[in-house]
Design a protein around this ligand. Structure first.
Ligand code: 3PG
Length: 421
């Protein structure tokens, strides 16, 4: 048991039917019907392989697409093909989630065989909009169609979907109510990495926060500063610009317009409060870069022209951040320093990412853009830990208890209680 949750070490799965929830939600090229990235599929391979090698009958549950727009949903069929290739063994797939066809396919599995069901979000109970409109307790989730149809066919539930651990939905929190439950290897690894940052960081502990996910960055900052987790926060991207605005610095009218147009004005006040309380811990850029006629331009604060829109931190800021990162014991990274996708505005992100790769400190990265930047600069193998989660990671570092962690702990307590009786 780790963190009060059972692990795969505690179960003999030979000949058992195991429902394993994975997060293989990937960007999809809808025209070609292919996946644009496969990093999450690759990350769940160890758990699936271990279960299959140990003779379990493995039933994989997964979602694809967010339901902000219904049309985002997509079948999991291409995922089965990719997983099959990565595993070097057949992964069966069925265009059903919990209907008679899916249940027959589960019953027909032999020891070691793997079956991926179609997108669990095709079942309405699993949608996050549903979650917002009608919040079901975990006990109520156990009474949903998905759980009542599939749980009787299974001996064990394994959750390997740390990236979706912030979602309170039946495929994630319902099965734990009825079945012995464990976390998979990826879940265990990710939970361990982020817990280390939050609970026992090597000092100094540095947070690199950039990008444009402002609400996330501010929640996280508030928590890690008030709990004494962060010794230093290095700001960049839109996060940095908001802090500069809060300090009354000139960042160019284009940058100010963007902040106000995006209704981020309230964060300027929050930045002022954070600076008043933790000013010496929060580093802001001392120079900025913008692009004019396709060329990169830079200036120190105070000399930034009024008409520009900043797209990157300047070289001097990048050099200062590099030194802080190289001397860090722990580095947590979420969000790039600027528009790193374009050559003229990538210098800040590239320099900072290079420093993260070089530091002897333990680094943890999360979030789509951070991972894309890591891949772009071919640094994947040089980072401490790259978390597959975006939203889940942020919620965890914002001090929230993740619903899936609560459900898995509850299952472990119940199982321990059953063993004692
Ligand atoms: C993610 O991509 O962050 C996870 O797969 C969760 O997806 P969701 O935000 O659509 O629930």
């Amino acid at each position: 048991m780790r963190f009060g949750i059972k692990t795969l070490d505690e179960f003999d799965v030979r000949g058992k039917t195991v429902l394993c929830r994975v997060d293989i939600n990937q960007p999809v090229d809808r025209e070609k019907g292919t996946l644009k990235s496969i990093n999450r599929i690759r990350a769940c391979v160890p758990t699936v392989r271990e279960l299959s090698d140990k003779g379990a009958r493995v039933v994989l549950l997964a979602h694809q697409g967010s339901d902000i727009e219904y049309k985002n949903y997509y079948t999991t069929r291409p995922h089965a093909a990719v997983l099959s290739e990565l595993l070097g063994r057949e992964v069966k797939w069925i265009d059903d989630v919990c209907g008679p066809a899916a249940r027959d396919a589960i019953r027909a599995l032999k020891d070691g065989e793997i079956l991926l069901l179609d997108n669990v979000r095709f079942v309405a109970e699993e949608q996050t909009l549903f979650e917002k409109k009608l919040r079901l307790s975990h006990a109520e989730q156990a009474k949903t169609l998905l759980v009542t149809k599939l749980a009787p066919l299974a001996d064990l539930y394994v959750c390997d979907a740390f990236a979706a651990a912030h979602r309170d939905q039946p495929s994630l929190c319902g099965f734990e109510q009825l079945l012995p439950s464990a976390m998979g290897r990826l879940f265990e690894q990710e939970y361990c990495a982020v817990s280390q940052v939050m609970e026992q960081p090597e000092r100094p502990c540095v947070f690199v926060l950039g990008g444009a996910k402002i609400a996330d960055a501010f929640e996280m900052m508030q928590t890690v500063l008030s709990r004494g987790v962060a010794d230093r926060i290095l700001t960049g991207g839109l996060v940095g610009n908001i802090f500069l605005c809060a300090q009354g610095r000139e960042i160019g009218q284009g940058s100010v317009d963007f902040i106000l147009k995006s209704n981020y004005g309230e964060f300027i006040d929050r930045a002022k409060e954070l600076c008043a309380q933790y000013g010496e811990k929060i580093a802001v850029p001392c120079d900025l870069a913008w692009v004019e006629n396709g060329e990169r331009q830079e200036a120190p604060l105070g000399a930034v022209p009024a008409h520009i829109a900043a797209v990157d931190i300047g070289a001097q800021t990048a050099a200062q951040y590099r030194e802080v990162i190289l001397a860090a014991g722990t580095v947590f990274v979420n969000g790039p320093m600027g528009v790193f996708e374009q050559t003229a505005s990538e210098y800040g992100t590239k320099t900072v990412w290079q420093a993260i790769a070089e530091t002897k400190g333990y680094s943890v990265l999360g979030g789509g853009d951070s991972i894309t930047a890591t891949e772009k600069y071919a640094l994947t193998d040089r980072m401490g830990y790259i978390c597959t989660g975006g939203g889940a990671l942020i919620r965890f570092l914002s001090g929230e208890e993740l619903p899936v962690v609560r459900a898995l702990r509850h299952a472990a307590q119940r199982q321990e209680g059953d063993n004692v009786q």
